[in-house]
Design a protein. Structure first.
Length: 328
């Protein structure tokens, strides 16, 4: 296993027909960073900043946030890091961040979470914006906002960053060389307005964990539902195909950062949909690079087009058959 890791680390993920696929890893702690050189991933496509908040007894002070982000950027060297602003609420409860008195949530996953919290408690987002902007002084900063539901939420969150940027500029602080703002696509409603938001997005990252929970109306943590709906279902694949089509005319980079991309058949399906940027759990980087080497992108794209137009009864089976017929 160790040897396999070492062998895959230096493999550049290029398909048989010569397409370079970007394979990044997901992280959330300083301790995750050594996995970057170990896996040879192309960067951190999702840094879950809420982990620092979750392991702290109190709200992490700005200096502590800055230190973490700077350490992460330093550890990444010249590889890109995408910081996701805090995604708390839902199943990630902070005891020190109180809801309004007496409010309990019946559906926390669809409740007061992520950007909804950050835009209301905007002191939280201001502090995080300042920490990120300072930590990335002299470098490129990539920021993405979780659970964007309507385009104005992206604009409001970016405005908080703009405010902090102006403040730092006035103070003659070292600013990031470039700042790229992106949104996560986790709420199906955003897909309906993507054409309006895309011109302002440097990138869009599809969070398939939450997205599928909302598409299927099925709690992602419910043990009885864990196996019920398949990522390789027609509904998801058609949904994703439409997102790919909508985003294509824009300069917005499209990534999948949910767990879906870390599984072989699912990754194959994503390639078939024309998604060429993945951010996945570190343990999956080697196996997915290996898969990419075995795939002809043109062929899987043609096969996927055909399945979407004339759906087989079982797409997972069709993919598995296709894979074995192509020596995968
Ligand atoms: C997702 O929802 O797919 C995602 C990547 O974010 P998280 O798993 O942290 O909710
Ligand atoms: Mg999510």
């Amino acid at each position: 296993r160790q040897a396999h890791y070492a062998r895959m680390r230096d493999v550049v993920p290029v398909t048989r027909d010569g397409h370079r696929i970007t394979v990044m890893m997901n992280a959330g702690l300083r301790d995750d960073m050594p996995m970057l050189p170990l896996t040879g991933a192309d960067g951190i496509g999702l840094f879950r900043t809420e982990f620092q908040f979750l392991v702290s007894a109190t709200l992490p002070a700005r200096e502590r946030q800055t230190r973490l982000y700077r350490d992460v950027l330093e550890a990444a060297g010249d590889r890109p890091v995408v910081f996701r602003t805090v995604d708390i609420g839902g199943d990630k409860v902070l005891p020190y961040l109180r809801h309004n008195e007496g409010e309990t949530e019946e559906n926390p996953a669809m409740g007061w979470r992520a950007l909804r919290v950050a835009l209301e408690r905007d002191g939280l987002l201001k502090v995080q914006a300042r920490a990120l902007l300072e930590a990335a002084g002299g470098r490129t900063l990539s920021v993405m906002f979780p659970m964007v539901t309507e385009p104005w939420e992206f604009d409001a969150a970016k405005a908080v960053f703009d405010g902090q940027l102006a403040f730092l500029k006035k103070r003659k602080k070292l600013l990031p060389e470039a700042i790229r703002y992106g949104a996560m696509l986790e709420v199906p409603a955003l897909a309906e307005c993507l054409d309006l938001l895309a011109p302002r997005l440097a990138f869009l990252s599809i969070g398939t964990n939450d997205l599928t929970q909302f598409l299927f109306a099925a709690d992602r943590a419910h043990p009885k539902l864990a196996e019920r709906y398949d990522w390789l279902s027609l509904a998801i694949l058609r949904f994703l195909a439409r997102v790919v089509r909508t985003i294509a005319p824009f300069d917005t980079k499209l990534t999948v950062c949910g767990e879906m991309g870390g599984r072989r058949m699912e990754a194959l399906a994503l390639l078939g949909l024309g998604i060429t940027r993945l951010s996945i759990t570190p343990a999956a980087v080697g196996p997915i690079k290996e898969l990419i080497q075995q795939v002809d992108l043109g062929q899987i794209r043609a096969a996927m087009d055909d399945w979407l137009a004339h759906p087989p009864a079982d797409i997972r089976q069709a993919l598995a058959d296709w894979a074995s017929a192509h020596g995968i």
